[in-house]
Design a protein around this ligand. Structure first.
Ligand code: DGL
Length: 264
């Protein structure tokens, strides 16, 4: 039995949507979450910068003695996961837009993908699209500005709702039946998406699949905590920007825990 924590990092608060899924499936596992909000958004940065930031976050999580690292950011995964796996001797779980599932499920053969620029131009995304979604029409849209609004806790603002509508309506007009959320910040917008999308359009994100993969990898590597550790599990949340903003966000999305400031 291994009670060391699972580490998570994201460019900011978005990866908390992945943290929620992992915690729901594995409540007996302790966790450490790093929100690199000082450097958000990653999606407009170069691959080199994203790799640099991902290495820095990983080193911090290893200093915290994490046993497995979840790269809770599509942009960091698509740019850096191979380098992280080469560089560090620790299991990693990354996250990618769920286009494989969408291509499999779609009846209209048209799916929408809302993601950051960094993800949409990455080799990994283009390879996955080519391998699994060649025979369907994929309508991609950069979610420019959404990460910043979410980082400022503006989940309920008209500005945020208008921007989502602006991005999603053209895809609806094109006849999509699945909308893939390719950025871990976007699942927090699901309540508004439900209002905008016709009932025939389903939203897909990768959070649940990531939780299952974490579970599988912990078992395979024999580093799971004991199920009886549920009461002893602890959760630490760090940001390098504002603990107050992070705390307000966590309260808003009903994640229990205390946000702390740390320089990393
Ligand atoms: N949550 C990150 C992702 O999944 C946001 C990227 C960004 O900071 O632009 O891609």
């Amino acid at each position: 039995m291994d009670r060391r924590p699972i580490g998570f990092f994201d460019s900011g608060l978005g990866g908390l949507s992945v943290w929620e899924e992992v915690n729901k499936l594995l409540p007996h596992e302790s966790t450490i979450y790093l929100a690199d909000s000082r450097n958000a958004p990653y999606g407009v940065r170069s691959k080199e910068e994203i790799v640099e930031l991902s290495l820095k976050n990983t080193e911090k999580l290893i200093d915290f003695d994490c046993k497995l690292i979840v790269v809770a950011c599509n942009t960091a995964t698509t740019s850096a996961i191979e380098i992280l796996r080469d560089r560090f001797d620790i299991p990693f779980v990354g996250i990618e837009p769920a286009i494989k599932s969408a291509a499999f499920l779609s009846q209209s053969r048209r799916v929408g993908v809302l993601a950051t620029k960094g993800t949409l131009v990455s080799d990994l995304f283009l390879k996955t699209k080519d391998a699994y979604a060649k025979n369907i029409q994929t309508i991609t849209q950069e979610g420019t500005g959404l990460v910043e609004l979410i980082e400022h806790g503006k989940l309920n603002d008209k500005q945020t709702k208008d921007l989502i509508e602006h991005y999603v309506q053209p895809m609806i007009n094109e006849g999509i039946d699945y909308l893939v959320l390719g950025c871990t910040h976007y699942p927090f917008l699901k309540p508004y998406l439900k209002n905008i999308l016709p009932s025939a359009v389903e939203v897909l994100d990768s959070g649940e699949a990531i939780a299952k993969r974490v579970h599988q990898l912990l078992n395979l590597s024999e580093i799971s905590a004991s199920l009886s550790d549920k009461k002893k599990s602890s959760h630490k949340f760090y940001t390098n920007k504002s603990a107050l903003i992070m705390q307000e966000f966590m309260d808003l999305v009903s994640i229990k825990g205390d946000a702390h400031f740390d320089l990393f």
